[in-house]
Unconditional design. Structure first.
Length: 246
C-alpha cells in the first residue's frame, strides 16, 4: 500500500508542504481547492507525491494538505470548500481506518452531495466497505490474493496493467483489486493482467469517485531506492484525475 524502506529519501525529496453538501461555487478567477490528506493514516512521501501529481495537471488547483496536524482539518466544513479530496497510499487498511472512521460520514456526505474523491492504493481500499467509506458500487480486496495474480507478496515491485487497452508497468505495493457488484455503473480504466479491476471511476450520489490499485503517482526515487527500473505513470494518474474532475 506504500513503498517500504524509502521514507527517509521521500522526506528529503518532498518535504512538507454527515449531511450531504453542495460543491462550492467559485468566484471568477478563484482557483479550485484540492485537499490532500496528510496524517497518521498515510506515510511520509505519499501525500506529497499525490499533491505533485495534481499540480502537474491542467486544472490550476489550490492544493492544501488536510489532517489532524495540518492548518486545514479534515472535516465536513473543510470538505465543503473543496473541489476534490485525495486519499493517498500508505500503511495498512486497519490502521488507516482507525484514524479516519470518525470522518467517514463527512467524506460520504461530501461526495454524495457532488464532491470528488481520488484514492490511490490505500485510498482505493478506503473507498471500499470492509472497512472503508463505502463509496464504491462494490468492494475491494488484495490483488495479490486473486487467481492468476502476477504478484504474490507485499514487497515493493512492479505490476503490469492494461490501461485503456495499452499495457503499462507501474509501481506496486499490495494494492487493491476492485470488486464490482453485478450491473454496477462504473467505468473501468485499467485491469491487471488476470482481468481483475485495477482502476475505475464511478458515481456516488451526485459526486464521482476515482480509484487505482497501483501507484501512477510514484516518482523516480520510489523505484531507484528499492532497486527497481523506473516506469513513469504520471500520465495515467492524470487520466484518472481527469476522469473524475472534468
Amino acid at each position: 500500500m506504500a513503498p517500504n524502506g524509502i521514507l527517509d529519501s521521500l522526506r528529503r525529496a518532498f518535504g512538507s508542504r454527515s449531511a450531504p453538501v453542495d460543491v462550492p461555487v467559485r468566484a471568477a478567477g478563484e482557483r479550485p481547492l484540492a485537499l490532500v490528506y496528510r496524517g497518521p493514516a498515510t506515510l511520509p512521501g505519499c501525500p506529497e507525491a499525490v499533491a505533485r501529481l495534481l499540480a502537474t495537471g491542467p486544472w490550476d488547483l489550490d492544493i492544501r494538505y488536510a489532517g489532524p496536524h495540518e492548518a486545514v482539518p479534515l472535516s465536513a466544513e473543510s470538505l465543503a470548500q473543496a473541489w476534490v479530496y485525495a486519499q493517498p497510499g500508505g500503511g495498512t487498511l486497519s490502521h488507516a481506518y482507525r484514524h479516519l472512521r470518525r470522518q467517514r460520514e463527512a467524506i460520504r456526505g461530501y461526495v454524495h452531495g457532488g464532491g470528488r474523491y481520488l484514492g490511490f492504493c490505500l485510498g482505493g481500499y478506503l473507498a471500499g466497505a470492509t472497512p472503508g467509506f463505502g463509496l464504491l458500487p462494490g468492494d475491494t480486496d488484495q490483488y495479490i490474493g486473486s487467481p492468476g495474480a502476477t504478484v504474490q507478496d507485499e514487497s515493493n515491485t512492479l505490476v503490469d496493467v492494461d490501461w485503456r487497452g495499452l499495457r503499462r508497468t507501474l509501481f506496486f505495493q499490495d494494492g487493491p483489486q476492485f470488486l464490482l457488484d453485478p450491473g454496477a455503473h462504473a467505468t473501468v480504466l485499467a485491469t491487471y493482467t488476470n482481468g481483475t479491476v485495477a482502476a475505475l471511476v464511478a458515481p456516488f450520489g451526485a459526486g464521482r469517485v476515482g480509484v487505482v490499485g497501483p501507484h501512477p503517482e510514484a516518482t523516480d526515487d520510489w523505484f531507484t531506492d528499492v532497486g527497481l527500473p523506473v516506469h513513469h505513470g504520471h500520465d495515467l494518474g492524470l487520466d484518472l484525475a481527469g476522469a473524475v474532475l472534468e
